[in-house]
Design a protein around this ligand. Structure first.
Ligand code: FAD
Ligand code: UDP
Length: 399
């Protein structure tokens, strides 16, 4: 029965769905097998029991400079114009409980003034601009190399207040011990632009990611089967197979498991005092929901110094959903992935040793000329959504 297909795809996330659609449009009959009971992979979103649109596997904000990817996805969704802004939330130094300071991350010229006062902040900002140039992005590791004592003291401040504790929580390692490309994602930015991303195209799918994936996979040449582990089925495949799951699992962990970080997501729903829903948690009187029923000022607030979680995201900021009385937030707790059934491997841990282990699996995969590894898990890389979509379009063009 599987013989009626031209291409087999394991996984219905960005990698699988974009490749399937691009191939279907070239006339290929594509079978998509997805182990979960839904499409969209980690970008999946859905309404929670209070009607709030949430991202089940953590907050996803779309941003890209790749026009081809943006144009492709725009065929399946309209976009809500959303520019992500993040603040670091830290104790203000007064020693009083709950007295907190917030400033933009990436740490920028505004953050400098919030942290050091307007005059001193401006002076330091001018000095940084003289050293690196206006509107430049400087990684924290690079900034720490600067021999000027004032810049070096500032670098220490940013390292201590923005990077070291957050990175320890997220990776269990210090910034200098992880792949430098990871902290380089959030450089110090010598600008007043307080957006998290500077990409040309940014936004949220107007009706959510899942709807976008539904539209993408809605093609007469595509069949999607949910709740199916692709691995046994792929043995029957007679043509190209695109595999977007874990490569170590595909080969029965024969060289040992690849290390990953996983996350625990703690969702919490808050209601306005006037909202009439018995049995629901009411806001702490010292921390009422803000005007319009918001929990926090920004889409994402990073806890860069204290707390066990890394960040809190409030979905209504991202999605623009109009629900005045109710809001849902999520806290992210990072830990080592153990392979337990209820865990999901979210982040590859990029380092020379793990890359070498991955290379063994890749060499194994290369023995199968019809097998194509694609995606964040299969390629063991830290890819954003747009990068995966671009790779999927490239692969489909090559096949
Ligand atoms: P996935 O989304 O993981 O999809 C793989 C699919 O394959 C899954 O559905 C899985 O169930 C399925 N599968 C695996 N094995 C099998 C099997 N044997 N049989 C059948 N199915 C199988 N990127 C951004 O651009 N912006 C963001 O804001 C952003 N935020 C993120 C936040 C978090 C917390 C995380 C973890 C990632 C974030 N990303 C973000 C990255 C984004 O999630 C990935 O780039 C994207 O989901 C990768 O798509 P993928 O198809 O490679 O993998
Ligand atoms: N990071 C940090 N403090 C922050 C934000 C980021 O130390 O306030 C570091 C941390 O190591 C993190 C990395 O930069 O893992 C990349 O951050 P990003 O927000 O891109 O992570 P993601 O959204 O992919 O989890």
């Amino acid at each position: 029965m599987e013989k009626q297909y031209d291409v087999w795809v394991a996984g219905a996330g960005y990698a699988g769905a974009v490749a399937a659609r691009a191939l279907a449009e070239k006339g290929k009959k594509v079978l998509v097998l997805e182990r979960r009971d839904h499409i969209g992979g980690n970008a999946y979103d859905c309404l929670d029991e209070y009607g709030v649109l949430i991202h089940k596997y953590g907050p996803h904000i779309f941003h890209t400079n790749d026009k081809k990817v943006f144009d492709f996805l725009s065929r399946f969704t309209q976009w809500r114009d959303y520019q992500h802004r993040v603040v670091a939330n830290i104790p203000d130094g007064s020693g009083k409980p709950n007295w907190r300071l917030q400033y933009p991350v990436p740490f920028n010229l505004t953050s400098l003034e919030e942290a050091f006062g307007q005059e001193e902040g401006k002076k330091l900002g001018d000095k940084l601009i003289a050293a690196y140039g206006a509107e430049k992005k400087v990684t924290i590791l690079e900034l720490r190399q600067n021999p000027d004592p004032e810049i070096s003291a500032l670098a220490d401040y940013v390292y201590e207040h923005v990077f070291v504790h957050y990175t320890m929580k997220q990776w269990g390692q210090r910034p200098e011990d992880i792949d430098p490309n990871t902290t380089a994602r959030v450089p110090v930015f010598l600008s007043r632009d307080d957006r998290y991303f500077q990409d040309t195209y940014q936004g949220m799918p107007l009706e959510g990611y899942t709807r976008m994936f539904e539209n993408m996979l809605d093609h007469s040449n595509i069949q999607v089967r949910l709740g199916v582990d692709a691995r046994p089925v792929l043995k029957e495949a007679t043509g190209p197979v695109i595999y977007t799951g874990q490569v170590d699992e595909l080969f029965d962990f024969q060289f040992g498991p690849l290390p990953y970080r996983t996350l625990d997501f703690k969702f919490e729903t808050w209601l306005d005092r006037n909202y009439d829903a018995p049995g629901m948690p009411y806001p702490d009187p010292d921390h009422p929901l803000r005007g319009g029923g918001f929990f926090q000022t920004h889409g994402t607030v990073n806890y860069t110094v204290d707390e066990d979680f890394t960040r809190i995201t409030e979905f209504k900021h991202l999605t623009g959903q109009d629900l005045p009385g109710v809001t849902t937030i999520v806290r992210e707790y990072s830990k080592a992935y153990t392979g337990a059934e209820d865990e999901i491997p979210y982040y590859a841990i990029i380092n020379p040793e793990n890359n070498a282990l991955y290379a063994k699996y890749k060499a194994e995969a290369d023995k199968y000329p019809n097998l194509y590894l694609l995606g964040r898990l299969a390629e063991y890389k830290y890819y954003n959504m747009d990068a995966i979509a671009a790779r999927a379009l490239d692969l489909a063009a090559r096949l």
